[in-house]
Design a protein around this ligand. Structure first.
Ligand SMILES: Nc1ncnc2c1ncn2[C@@H]1O[C@H](COP(=O)(O)OP(=O)(O)OP(=O)(O)O)[C@@H](O)[C@H]1O
Ligand SMILES: [Mg+2]
Length: 265
């Protein structure tokens, strides 16, 4: 067979593999490998492995104090991983300072929202857009107002006077204004009424389905998070103890007993 013929065969095989397994051969967008992090002498993360592939929604669930927020913060370099490697879009970001990580294409809506409370909704969104130089501001403002009509109604209201649910929507919208490749959400449902939680989760599902946005979500609300996610991880005492598809974890007796029974869904 000629070299050209072999190349055609190789290409066909690759195409078939890609069809059978969408992620086959593709490096994860975010890869956390053997990561440990410390607060003083306390080891808050113990050799954590987590992958997030392009186009996926991945959930991380676990009890209070398990280390979920610490993992999110460690990805952002604060605290820095003392062992292991974190790569994003093929770049090793393990030792990058936080301000340089913030310039990459990953955006975070941290636990407790942390919007700019004295700035208006519009100004908060401007701050989010500033990360990528404020290009597409008008267009993205429009998109956010369609996604969260409540923000459109309150565009000139100060962030700090908005309700908890509105502030959460604003925090997510601000993160989206930078047009991230990866959106990381820490407990978006915290303290919110079930209806608002539904609205926020359905906005995230739409963004993923329509625009292919990749999402890494940390949640106490295991039921909603695993329903939303393609895949999930369970964290106990700073270590990942289980992983699988969202549905497999929802059906798992141990997950049911620890995180779903008597839950708020
Ligand atoms: N700045 C800090 N200094 C010292 N210890 C910390 C610090 N931040 C978190 N910890 C500890 O690290 C552990 C993991 O905390 P973390 O906030 O990551 O948990 P979590 O899984 O996000 O919990 P929750 O669901 O309550 O938000 C906890 O024992 C916590 O007390
Ligand atoms: Mg937390």
């Amino acid at each position: 067979m000629s070299v050209a013929g072999i190349n055609v065969l190789v290409d066909e095989t690759r195409a078939r593999m890609a069809q059978a397994e969408p992620q086959a051969g593709k490096a994860p967008l975010l890869s956390v490998r053997g990561v440990s992090a410390y607060y003083g002498s306390i080891r808050a993360l113990k050799g954590v492995d987590v992958d997030v592939h392009e186009g996926e929604i991945v959930a991380l669930i676990g009890a209070n104090g398990a280390g979920k927020s610490t993992l999110m913060m460690t990805i952002f370099g604060q605290p820095q991983a003392r062992e292991g490697t974190i790569t994003f879009a093929g770049q090793d970001i393990t030792k990058l300072p936080t301000h340089e990580i913030a310039r990459l294409n990953l955006a975070q809506s941290p636990e407790g929202r942390r919007i700019f409370s004295r700035m208006t909704v519009r100004e908060n969104l401007q701050m989010g857009a500033a990360v990528n130089g404020g290009r597409h501001f008008a267009e993205d403002l429009e998109r956010m107002c369609t996604l969260f009509p409540r923000l459109a109604e309150r565009i000139d209201q100060r962030g700090g006077t908005m309700s908890g649910g509105e502030q959460q929507m604003l925090a997510i919208a601000r993160a989206l204004m930078s047009r991230p490749r990866l959106l990381m959400l820490d407990e978006p449902s915290l303290g919110l009424a079930p209806l608002v939680v539904k609205q926020i989760f359905s906005a995230v599902r739409d963004l993923n389905a329509r625009e292919g946005l990749t999402v890494f979500i940390v949640e106490q609300n295991a039921y909603h998070a695993l329903k939303l996610a393609h895949r999930g991880y369970v964290m106990v005492n700073g270590a990942v103890t289980m992983s699988g598809t969202g549905q497999a974890l929802l059906d798992d007796p141990q997950v049911k007993a620890a995180y779903l029974e008597g839950g708020s869904h």
